[in-house]
Design a protein around this ligand. Sequence first.
Ligand code: GLU
Length: 513
Amino acid sequence: MNRKTRTRFAPSPTGPLHMGGVRTALYAYLFAKQKGGDFLLRIEDTDQTRFVPGAEEYIIESLNWSGIKIDEGVSVGGKFAPYRQSERKEMYRKYAEQLTASGHAYYAFDTSAELDAIRKQAEAAKGAFSYDSTSRMKLNNSLTISKEETEKKIASGDHYVIRLKVPENTEVKFTDIIRGEVSFNSSLVDDKVLLKSDGMPTYHLAHIVDDYLMEITHAIRGEEWLPSAPAHILIYKFLGWEDLMPQYAHLPLLLKPDGNGKLSKRDGDKLGFPVFPLEWKDPKTGEISSGYREKGYYPEAFVNMLAFLGWNPGTEQEVFTMDDLIQKFSFAHVHKAGARFDPEKTKWFNEQWLHRQPETELASRLKSSLKDQFQFADNDRRVSESFLTKCVQLLKVRTQFENEFIEKGKYLFLAPTQYDEQAIQKKWKPELTIFFQNVSGVFAGMSSFTAPEIEITFKETAAANNLKPGDVIQLFRVFLSGQSAGVDLFPMAELLGKEEVVARINAALNHVK
Ligand code: GLU
């Protein structure tokens, strides 16, 4: 059967979405779009104890900001609505009951206190308890009591869960898109709870029922689900849905920058970079975690970086638009090993995307920031389009973030009030006063003040004073900008204009005297 490709992103609203989650969504989106298919957003909120207010909105906003468009699902609707599992609660029971009726699942009445006690006993004996084929016949469930007793218990309102009856010692195999054939012995799999005592399904049952009903063809998820995959394969088989089972792809873990261990939600600001797409304020503690958006990353850079965390195009190309990614993405180039996160490379991606921003747009955003920060008047030359476009050209090759323009290039807009004294001390000699007075005089007389003309004039004046450019050029930079490093010197002088350059040299001479 030729089915339309349908992928889904199925996060649980338990807090802010980790960047690893965005990567999962991204790969699912890229794959669906490449195949002309649909990308769905399903919210898996069956664990009500872990529900965090605002998390769902955060997930949707993160996808929107990243440019991952939802074709169907929470926030946009669709023909398989509702897409929030809590609102689908009533749909799952019948499948759990179908499994018990066919002997592939059973009712378990053990209370959590009873199970805890058994677990503790096992620990005391240096063992581990698992509810499975080795223990189920000694526990309180419909396999160990009669049918009548089971019915009586249920009718009298006893709490129960429905558990999957995992067969003993059989091989469970499936083909993972990334890992190829994967095989597990069923004895490693416990009798997973399918339906909880509150009537809610667990993830194990709910995602299968939903993937089936929503006609999902590829289930793309994190590696942490690989150990549960055999249970999932068995559920598909027992429900008779094997033919329609989506193909699973288990994505590699994201690792910390040093490669030691998983990049966790808690690593974030501790290691000096965000792990969340957007800033998040914890609704309980008020604690703020930083986000890529607020740090000044472009969504294109964030997505570009995420795409490369686990995938590569097999060529040298590194900068990809979303459309390029849709074209080039392939699971054949997704590796199995964990992907090490590199914060410096992430900045590099932002720099590449900064270079690709249209200059007029950069200039117009810079204009509003400048007006906010310095209250420049509308007719001030420093907020004119031509001045700002030149500023942007000079600054963008020296910065990684657009939001650093003003901080790094403040001297383009305001004369320095402080100077790098160390840089001055290194080169300054009182005799140089004459030279700088000379330069400022010659500059004042120039009828055209372009970068090449300024450069030639500056160097000729130095030669006439028996100086090498190296003796005075750094001082010239510090006099104009206050700093020893910054944008290209002579183009900066051209941009500042003759009067401003002359005024800044004279002010600096007063300072060094
Ligand atoms: N709700 C699961 C999670 O947040 C989804 C896993 C899946 O995509 O199937 O990890």
